[in-house]
Design a protein around this ligand. Structure first.
Ligand SMILES: [Cu+2]
Length: 75
């Protein structure tokens, strides 16, 4: 029940693929300006991509598990 790793660095235009390796659902979302999204409920074993189109540092959370936190650095 957490992001692994908790910080990633990618390039503008890269897809970040959220892979749910738990046996319960998650719901990734971000309110960061320039990279706001809500991926909806993500079932176990599924992979959902999100394309970052702006540089910056963005935080991602899970609506179901508020302690989950990911920092995405886009260069
Ligand atoms: Cu979760």
């Amino acid at each position: 029940m957490g992001f692994r790793p908790e910080r990633v660095e990618i390039q503008v235009g890269d897809s970040l693929i959220f892979t749910n390796e738990d046996n319960f659902g998650h719901n990734m979302h971000s309110a960061s300006p320039g990279a706001a999204f809500d991926l909806g409920r993500q079932a176990p074993g599924t992979r959902v991509p999100y394309v970052y189109r702006r540089a910056g540092t963005f935080e991602v959370f899970c609506r179901i598990h508020p302690k989950m936190r990911l920092s995405v650095v886009v260069r």
